[in-house]
Design a protein around this ligand. Structure first.
Ligand SMILES: Nc1ncnc2c1ncn2[C@@H]1O[C@H](COP(=O)(O)OP(=O)(O)OP(=O)(O)O)[C@@H](O)[C@H]1O
Length: 513
């Protein structure tokens, strides 16, 4: 990460600067450090109105999170994506002074022009993100008044003392299936566990264009997608639009095309996804077939997975409701895909955006993890974590990573825990349309689990009577994965092993019925 970089913008006669530190962005307006979100958002709103800032991808992402009522094009484009890197404690004005020559604004000049445009509304997106810092492990709010719910959640979420998290995590019932934290379990196991590198699998930059088995020029891609016909559109994500394409040899593929206006802003995400996808080959991970980065195009070609996303199935959009056995298999598939990324790929890969809309299903309801736009190489064998800015999706984000910027494969484990709850309950991780005590899935589920209401946790559309013991183990596993600290979470490999045991129990109980 380019720590220390200043991004400076002139908005009218006000200068807004972003200084990137290891703790996140610091914001200065006319060289004065500003920490008040309303002030920052108002200033940025003004900037955006003048067409500034939009060219800067990182700053725009930052705005998107902090201020929900501005940066509309980015809001549309980014959807549920989240990039949060806002620090309120570090202060390094000397660095600013050193870089003062970069600043074009006039000190203390016309700051009121910015202030005048402030809105006092606290931005909902930011509150939502912060709401999710430690969703289930927080004390009850004093004032449930609807209007202040999110504001209260924000202040409490950001001020949860660490011992509260710890004490509540202890509430996860000690059960026979709880995996005892093993010393050093968060360390990525060193090379012996890895598959020996196969030279053919790791053709990376600068030979990137030799990746994959599908080599199409732009014209061939245009033909295969019928000029990116809306009728072949599969969906849209943070990167761009995804189309189904038919190749001359009859092969059907998915073509992910960056939107033109975002091509330069998303170049990192593009090369990231290509480079990471190139390293993987596993039946539970979407396979890279080729890519095209000629001219203004950024296109990734992957295997086509025909049966929609897991989220669509949980929402009942495909007619048939997933039965319990299918849900269990999907959970196991995702665990396998993640285990491969964490342990068996050439280098540890952390996906960072595990969620139901990134799980694609085949016709036989096998699951494949997709969307590697946020993925990162994990820590080397001698490291415990990497320091990096927070990326991911609200509701699935590891609270420890959010607070410390320390990324490990256990951040995927946290997201997986939320995903498992989602698979079983069909609820979304955050659903603001629900009653207040049901909005945050993990908190609602944890309360019911503690009250012993396991059936109440299950998707009401599931008709099958599932054995309580199986349910208890599954939900127990989900809560272990979503524990507040990474040391308490199992590895993905352990999760997979637990799930196999649960599957055996489930099979045995079914035979008895
Ligand atoms: N390989 C594929 N096969 C079939 N459909 C796909 C494939 N990849 C993506 N899609 C469809 O396109 C949609 C958009 O995918 P994409 O990965 O770009 O974004 P996303 O994960 O939904 O959103 P975001 O980028 O905001 O996380 C998916 O929801 C899915 O419906």
């Amino acid at each position: 990460d380019d720590t220390g970089v200043i991004r400076s913008r002139l908005c009218g006669s006000d200068a807004i600067e972003f200084l990137k530190s290891t703790d996140g962005y610091l914001v200065y307006i006319n060289r004065e450090r500003v920490e008040d979100r309303a002030l920052i958002c108002g200033a940025l709103d003004f900037c955006l109105a003048n067409g500034d800032l939009l060219s800067d991808h990182e700053v725009s992402l930052f705005l998107h999170v902090i201020c929900d009522d501005i940066s509309v094009p980015f809001l549309q484009r980014l959807g549920r994506k989240l990039l949060l890197e806002f620090s309120t404690n570090a202060s390094i004005p000397h660095q600013l002074a050193r870089r003062g020559q970069l600043l074009e604004g006039k000190k203390n000049n016309n700051f009121s022009s910015v202030k005048d445009k402030l809105t006092l509304a606290i931005p909902g997106m930011f509150l939502l993100c912060c709401t999710l810092l430690c969703p289930c492990f927080r004390a009850k709010r004093k004032d449930p008044s609807e209007h202040h719910v999110l504001a209260n959640e924000l202040s409490q979420a950001t001020s949860v003392p660490s011992n509260e998290s710890t004490s509540v995590s202890r509430k996860v019932p000690g059960s026979p299936y709880r995996i005892p934290p093993s010393p050093g379990s968060e360390r990525v196991p060193a090379t012996p566990l890895r598959a020996p590198p196969s030279p053919s699998r790791f053709l990376l930059s600068p030979q990137l264009n030799r990746l994959g088995s599908v080599h199409l020029n732009t014209n061939q891609i245009i033909k295969a997608t019928q000029n990116f016909s809306p009728s072949l559109r599969l969906g849209e994500g943070g990167f761009g639009t995804v189309y189904k394409a038919l190749l001359p040899d009859g092969q059907v593929v998915a073509v992910k095309r960056a939107k033109k206006e975002h091509v330069s802003a998303l170049r990192d995400e593009f090369s990231n996804e290509v480079e990471l996808l190139a390293k993987i080959e596993h039946r539970n991970l979407v396979k890279l077939l080729g890519y095209n980065d000629k001219g203004n195009e950024r296109i990734i070609i992957t295997e086509y997975v025909p049966n929609g996303t897991l989220r669509e199935h949980l929402d009942g959009q495909h007619g048939k409701i997933l039965d319990f056995s299918q849900r269990l298999e999907i959970a196991i598939d995702v665990a396998h895909g993640l285990t491969y990324l964490h342990l068996y790929a050439e280098k540890t890969i952390i996906h960072r955006d595990i969620k139901a809309s990134n799980i694609l299903l085949t016709e036989s309801y096998r699951a494949k993890v997709s969307d590697f736009g946020f993925a990162r190489f994990g820590p080397a064998a001698e490291q415990t974590h990497i320091m990096t800015r927070v990326k991911g999706t609200a509701g699935y984000l590891d609270p420890e990573y959010l607070q410390t910027y320390q990324l490990t494969p256990k951040s995927d484990v946290f997201s997986y825990g939320i995903l498992l709850l989602e698979i079983l309950s069909a609820r979304r991780p955050v659903d603001l349309k629900r009653d207040q005590d049901e909005r945050i899935l993990v908190r609602w589920a944890f309360n019911l689990y503690n009250a012993g209401d396991l059936r109440g946790l299950l998707d009401p559309l599931l008709e099958e009577e599932v054995d309580e013991d199986v349910l208890g183990k599954l939900f127990g596993l989900a809560f272990q994965c979503a524990a507040p600290t990474r040391a308490e979470r199992p590895t993905m490999k352990q999760v997979g092993e637990q799930l196999w045991e649960i599957r055996k129990d489930y099979g045995r109980n079914r035979m008895r019925v």
